[in-house]
Design a protein around this ligand. Sequence first.
Ligand SMILES: [Fe+2]
Length: 197
Amino acid sequence: MNKEQRNELLYQALETELGGVQIYTTAVSCAVNKDLKNEWEEYLEQTKNHVQVITTAIEAVGLFPNTETPGRTVVRHIGESLVKAMEMAKDAGNSESAQLVAAECVVLAETKDHMNWELIGEVAKKATGDDKKALQAAHEEVEDEEDEHLYHTSGWTRELWIDSLGMPAVLPPPEEEKDVKTAIGAARAKHARGSML
Ligand SMILES: [Fe+2]
């Protein structure tokens, strides 16, 4: 295993979670739909916990959470840009449009977050000793929540867009109703939306 790149992954994962806290805080302020607002408030709390989980894992493998890397700086820049994008949409004055932008920003952020944790899961499989224990424990704690954050918000984004187009939407989305936690489940939920209208 390329240790340097493993470390890079862990630092980027921490930065993604830190950005996630800012992104959810802003997204909650853009939410119009009550169910969505509740959901994002819950995800915000979970993301705050993910910051703790990855920080603990980084320390457990003998690294320092404050270490800066060029890749981490890029992740921070993207996170700040997503917050800025939501603020732009909010300032434009249409609350439904701002909610849509927020949903898209959450999906973009969670796509990176989800991949980080998928990769941490792969690294944990190949790791040994105490490193393996620490990475596996971290992965196990957040895995299901990461699936939910990505798949459920993707469903919300699609249905809110459909609603905005003046077409019948399934709200809350099928991913929510079917408690989707896998990519296959998400595909099935999307396929079943026609029968849920
Ligand atoms: Fe997360």
